[in-house]
Design a protein around this ligand. Structure first.
Ligand code: CAA
Length: 285
């Protein structure tokens, strides 16, 4: 297995909001980065987003290196076969277990034995994803928070067979990317979503039961508990489809009715109102 000093190239699979953020912070940390997505327009959009974010950070003096130099370390590809030179893989596609397993199974066949596989999944079991490969010791959860360039945390999830060495390498890599890590065992929702999502779900019950309107629920929690955004605004920002999917994982995986997804949250999802990304959620954008 590669030591962190031997890790030169990081491959990121998925060029959405999370994948592009991870590619950005990896390049900022000095790694060569290959970002892979089967949609070339998605790759172009990701690079434009990274360019904008780097310009903002540079303007504020939050990074010293000139953005074009950082961007120069990021290569794009639509082919998994182009990732063979990478030393560490971070998968950040949408939460589709079958597709994630298919990608990891393909990579397992083509990637050299020393390469570690990490998934940015926010709720799928790491142990189950690892079972798609013949390297479960070198498989780990590496859960970044959104927006990746700003948020200070990586939640590391140890699967059933994850080795200590894989954990140590992932922790050091996360720290090189400027993040603090916390370690979670592989149970539904890990740490952050196990605690965050029931709060968001409860905010939807509070709204559904007519206890208060959305603005008051958000202002109450934002100003009353010193959170940067209220829970309904945060849900729109994360994506109501994602929040609903995570609540289902908690409900199914823990079997306790206290995790039942709020019917109002489901109604928004049924309507296709996923939040900021679709222009409509609890609020209009
Ligand atoms: N790149 C560079 N800079 C960025 C940026 C990006 N991608 N996104 C935001 N910023 C900067 C802004 O320029 C701004 O900088 P200044 O304060 O220096 O002006 C700063 O971040 C704040 O942004 P805004 O003024 O636009 O908006 P804001 O004050 O509402 O802050 C926020 C935005 C940082 C997202 C803040 O609202 C926040 O921390 N919200 C909570 C986010 C959160 O909880 N994320 C975790 C979600 S849970 C998760 O991710 C796990 C999961 O699995 C679901």
């Amino acid at each position: 297995m590669a030591l962190t000093s031997q890790i030169k190239t990081i491959a990121v699979i998925g060029a959405g909001q999370m994948g592009s953020g991870i590619a950005q912070v990896a390049a900022q940390a000095g790694f060569q980065v290959i970002i892979c997505d089967n949609r070339s327009e998605g790759l172009n959009k990701a690079v434009q987003g990274i360019e904008k974010s780097l310009a903002k950070l540079f303007e504020k003096g939050k990074i010293d290196e000139h953005p074009p130099a950082i961007l120069g370390r990021i290569k794009k590809t639509t082919q998994l076969s182009d990732l063979v030179s990478a030393d560490f893989i971070i998968e950040a596609i949408h939460e589709n277990e079958a597709l994630k397993k298919e990608i990891f199974s393909q990579l397992d066949k083509i990637m050299p034995a020393h390469v570690t596989f990490a998934s940015n999944t926010s709720s799928l079991p790491i142990t189950r994803l690892a079972s798609a490969t013949l390297r479960p010791q070198q498989f780990i959860g590496m859960h970044f928070m959104n927006p990746v360039p700003i948020m200070g945390l990586v939640e590391i999830i140890r699967g059933h067979s994850t080795s200590n060495e894989t954990y140590e390498i992932t922790k050091l890599l996360s720290e090189k990317m400027g993040k603090v890590t916390v370690c979670s065992q592989d149970y539904p929702g890990f740490i952050v979503n196990r605690i965050l999502m029931p709060m968001i779900n409860e905010a939807f019950y509070t709204l559904m039961e007519g206890i208060a309107n959305a603005e008051d629920i958000d202002a109450g929690m934002k100003l009353g508990t010193n959170q940067p955004m209220g829970p309904l605004t945060l849900a729109d920002f994360i994506g109501l489809d994602t929040c609903y999917a995570i609540m289902k994982v908690l409900h199914d995986g823990l079997g306790d009715s206290k995790y039942r997804p709020c019917p109002l949250l489901k109604k928004y999802v049924d309507a296709g109102h996923f939040g900021k990304k679709t222009g409509q959620g609890v609020y209009k954008y």
